[in-house]
Every structure is written in C-alpha cells, then in structure tokens.
Design a protein around this ligand. Structure first.
Ligand SMILES: Cc1cc2nc3c(=O)[nH]c(=O)nc-3n(C[C@H](O)[C@H](O)[C@H](O)COP(=O)(O)OP(=O)(O)OC[C@H]3O[C@@H](n4cnc5c(N)ncnc54)[C@H](O)[C@@H]3O)c2cc1C
Length: 231
C-alpha cells in the first residue's frame, strides 16, 4: 500500500497514472518558529551538519526565528520535535506548532502528457538542502508556458513535447540527487543509503524499502504529513 499522505500531494499524477519514483527512504523535515532574541542568529543564517543530518536556523523577521531539521537516519520515532538547542532557553519561546513535511526524494514519471504538465513539487521533490525548490517551481512553470505555446501556436507534437519535458525534469532531478548524495557523503558518518544507492545505478528506491516506509507512515507520519500539527 502506498503512503496516502505522500500521494495526496501528487493527486494529479495519481489520477493520470504517472508513477512517483522514490529515490530515498522516507525523509521528514521538521520545522517551526521561535520568538525572542538570539543575537548570534540575527545577521547570520546557519546550516549546520551533525552525525544524523542537518539543522537550518535563520531570523525571518524581527524577534522571530525559523528552524528546519532533517534527520537522514531517523526512519521512525518522533524525536527532534523540539526547536534546536540554540533557540531554546531564556527569552525564547516556541511560536506555533512544530510541523512536518515529507521531503523524500521523488519524481513523477511521466511529468507531462495529453493536456497536462506537472510543475514544481508536483513534478519532483528533494529535501530542502537541495536549496532550490522555489527556483525549480518557477523554472518548471516557465518551461511549461514555453512548451504550451509551442504546441498551441507552432503545432509542435504534444507527445514529443511531453516526452522532452519528462526527460528534462528527470535529468534535473537526477543531477540534484547526485549533488545531495555527494553532499551527504561528506558527513562524518553518512547513512548507508546515501552510499548504497549511488547515482550511477540510477535505480529508484526499491519496492520493499518503500513498503517499509509506508508502514512507518501508517504508524504515525500521516499525522505529520497532512498538515496538522504534531505537538
Ligand atoms: C521545511 C521546508 C523548507 C524549505 N526550504 C526551502 C528553501 O529554503 N529554499 C527553497 O528553494 N525551497 C525550500 N523548500 C522547498 C519549497 O518550499 C518547495 O519546493 C516549493 O514551495 C514548491 O513550490 P510549489 O508551487 O510546487 O508547491 P507549494 O509551494 O507547495 O504550493 C502548492 C500550493 O497549492 C495549494 N494546493 C494544493 N492542493 C490544492 C488543491 N487541490 N486546490 C487548490 N490549491 C491546492 C497548496 O495549498 C499550496 O499553496 C522547503 C520545503 C520545506 C518543506
């Protein structure tokens, strides 16, 4: 059984029988906000690696700080639901709920077909360390507008254009996956899946491993993923 929460974010792909190829285990980014004063963070956002993953902190407006944490190992359990150490303590208090987002690496194939194009996160998702999800959303939208014009005004063959877009989307995704693997490979003790699934194989995450992730999702991550608070 597929993870319903994850598929909920790819409803069009599902209806159109696109496949959502998984290229990582289930990765859940936790994020939240803290109000107060943390002078060390005021002018200097930080992305800090640790043995399990990374934590990003930044001031997003006066007296408010955002944090995001991704564990590359934690496949179950509900650890890391607190703001990072530096954003706890005197004069600092949590604002709003800690939330979770499914940032498992995945790509829709095909990403276009008769009458539709998938763009942004609907077409491909990577974890925030890839650092250009917003750029990709904008650029895939621009590319789609360009291709639709080719079809509508210049009689380009729709299925050829759709295949070209799918290839473009996949290539960009594969390039970013390779970059993330390289980045995480530099951690002191990278999780084994980072090394085992080298970009050279190009293989999607295996069905058995996905089933395992879906079981984990059924065991509690659904609550995190459907946008409801987890605390
Ligand atoms: C914790 C976290 C931190 C991130 N940090 C960064 C970062 O620093 N830099 C970066 O570039 N990217 C970052 N990303 C990734 C980035 O947020 C996404 O890649 C980007 O927002 C994708 O844009 P999108 O328009 O495809 O999807 P979204 O931004 O998710 O927009 C989709 C919109 O569609 C709406 N919607 C969904 N279903 C329906 C429906 N049926 N009807 C009507 N509306 C609907 C949703 O409510 C939403 O508003 C981060 C992601 C996470 C989870």
């Amino acid at each position: 059984m597929e993870n319903p929460a994850r598929l909920g974010r790819h409803w069009l792909a599902r209806r159109l029988t696109s496949t959502i190829e998984g290229h990582s285990p289930c990765l859940i980014a936790r994020y939240g906000y803290v109000d107060g004063v943390c002078p060390g963070r005021d002018e200097a956002p930080a992305l800090v690696a640790d043995p399990d993953g990374w934590t990003w902190t930044a001031r997003v407006r006066p007296r408010r700080y955002a944090w995001t944490r991704l564990s590359l190992r934690e496949l179950g359990g509900e650890k890391h639901l607190l703001p990072p150490e530096e954003l706890r303590g005197d004069g600092l208090r949590q604002w709003g709920k800690v939330r979770g987002a499914d940032v498992s690496w995945r790509v829709a194939v095909p990403a276009a077909g008769p009458g539709y194009f998938l763009v942004g996160d609907a077409a491909a998702v990577l974890d925030p360390a890839s650092s250009h999800g917003v750029l990709k959303a904008i650029m895939s939208g621009m590319m789609t507008a360009h291709l639709v014009a080719q079809i509508v005004y210049y009689d380009a063959n729709e299925s050829v254009v759709a295949q070209g877009y799918t290839n473009w989307n996949r290539r960009w995704f594969a390039h970013d996956v390779a970059g993330l693997r390289e980045l995480y490979g530099r951690l002191p003790k990278p999780p084994s899946w980072v090394r085992e699934r080298g970009s050279s194989s190009g293989l999607p995450w295996g069905r058995d491993e996905r089933r395992q992730q879906d079981r984990l999702a059924g065991a509690g991550y659904g609550r995190l993923l459907d946008g409801r608070p987890d605390q």
